[in-house]
Ligand binder design. Structure first.
Ligand SMILES: [Cu+2]
Length: 243
């Protein structure tokens, strides 16, 4: 008796998410001051750490498949290669998908101090006095400021607050990208690319000489960064079906 392993037997498949970082279409080279943003700032990126959460795939029939493993939160750190790929325990129905979405950062419900007890996630903490929880992102680097002064920037996103510290703002945002894919029996790798230059382009032209290098206490700046970040990602899919 022959057991079929044809593709019709496969009802659900295991997705893998790979996280990739580029500047102007090329792989990010960290620690090298060779990038120029749209505002003309020469800059480098030295560290990049962030959370992506609530990854959701929308099927052609409208069904929404949420990735729920690990509290639906994944931490990515350029210096920790194992974080650059995530294979959650979730299986997704085999079929056609038309979009993918995720939250950049962590939503208000989950982003509470104490959520993570171990490094490296724990080290993303956001001060309680500023709203608590965790940074959505730390992108640390340097730019050549006016007078050719190499100046550090901490492009950090998290919960914002007003000057008086009485009102808090959830700066996390949802990225939704179209897909036109059929999940396969093998592979099912979603490569999520952060196009770093896009953080500095539109709708808000980012000039560190104007905005300054530290933005954690600057809600208008974090809001601008979040608006730009919506445009900073793309996703490609690869899967293989047996012949
Ligand atoms: Cu910070």
């Amino acid at each position: 008796m022959i057991t079929s392993c044809g593709k019709d037997d496969v009802k659900s498949v295991a997705p893998t998410f790979v996280f990739n970082h580029t500047v102007n279409g090329s792989e990010l080279e960290k620690g090298v001051m060779k990038y120029t943003n749209l505002a003309g700032n020469l800059y480098e990126v030295d560290e990049l750490q962030y959370f992506i959460s609530e990854i959701t795939l929308t099927a052609a029939d409208g069904q929404r498949i949420e990735i729920k493993s690990d509290s639906a939160i994944h931490y990515i750190d350029l210096d920790i290669p194992s974080t650059l790929s995530w294979s959650p325990k979730d299986l997704i129905p085999k079929g056609d998908y038309t979009s993918i979405s995720f939250v950049f950062g962590i939503n208000e419900t989950k982003n509470k101090t104490g959520l993570f007890v171990n490094p490296p996630e724990r080290d993303m903490f956001w001060p309680d006095i500023m709203g608590g929880g965790y940074h959505y992102m730390k992108m640390n680097g340097k730019w050549k400021a006016e007078g050719d002064i190499i100046t550090p920037f901490n492009f950090h996103l998290g919960i914002g607050m007003n000057m008086a510290g009485t009102v808090f703002y959830q700066n996390c945002f949802t990225v939704t990208l179209p897909l036109n894919i059929h999940t396969a029996s093998l592979g099912n790798v979603f490569t999520v690319t952060m196009n770093i230059e896009k953080w500095f382009e539109a709708p808000n032209l980012w000039d560190w000489n104007v905005i300054g290098g530290q933005i954690m206490m600057n809600q208008p700046a974090m809001h601008m960064a979040a608006e730009n970040g919506v445009n900073a990602f793309h996703v490609i899919f690869q899967g293989t079906d047996p012949e």
